[in-house]
Design a protein around this ligand. Sequence first.
Ligand code: SAH
Length: 265
Amino acid sequence: MNSKAAQDNRSEALVAESLSHIRIVLINTTHPGNIGATARAMKVMGLKSLHLVTPKLFPCAEATARASGADDLLQHAVVHNSLDAALAGCSLVLGTSARLRSLPMPQLDVRMAAERALAEGRPEASGAQDVAVLFGRERYGLTNDEMQRCNQLVHIDTNPEYGSLNLAQAVQVVAYELRMKAIGGAGVELTPPDWVPVDAGQMERLFVHLEETLLQIEFLNPDQPKRLMMRLRRLFNRARPDQNEINILRGILAASQRAAKKREH
Ligand code: SAH
């Protein structure tokens, strides 16, 4: 294993660790294919703990086929005959709902729900227990009784006229948001790991060198060089080059200056 892969595995272990207190609970699922697709949706995001309450059909070849490689999650899935049993040891229960019901229940957007779920698992949170995220059956979601077992309802924002996601796809969206929170990436621009933009002093030296070169090759109007320089500053400041890129740019400028000098002779 190269060191990059080793590093990736280490940070993945940290992500898995911060998601380990979260269990996905599917209630009374009708189609075994959805259970398999759920396992896949979870595994790609680093979630492991799958709990099934009275599934119609499980284990089942169709579930394994749809898990496509995430069958370890199916093997470890815990099957319960009541919701009570599935919620044992959970201090926070989030119920996902396709419909914004008239129930006077606090509702969270899925991103905020992910934040809540992750915050609950912080090691310093005293007596932290597990967090359950409940998903209802395909035909009619969660019953009112089941919703009343929840601390909060979670809704994935959708087209108001067509707002019901496929069960496993709803799990996918929730799992993705949980992962984003776990990697500290939500709302953060993901940049290449080796990219460190240079400081303002280096940028200034680039602009001086650029202006000097553009005058030398007669690209800039010597009476009015600043207008174009303003545009070029904007371009490079937007790109925020790193040291390697600055070296390339400065190299191009130096080569252009040499070529211009040669032409003069
Ligand atoms: N016809 C059902 C929808 C069931 S979809 C109903 O109207 O309630 C199966 C499950 O997927 C739901 O119980 C819920 O857990 C999840 N789900 C589907 N769409 C969702 C959405 N927009 N927000 C949150 N959960 C959703």
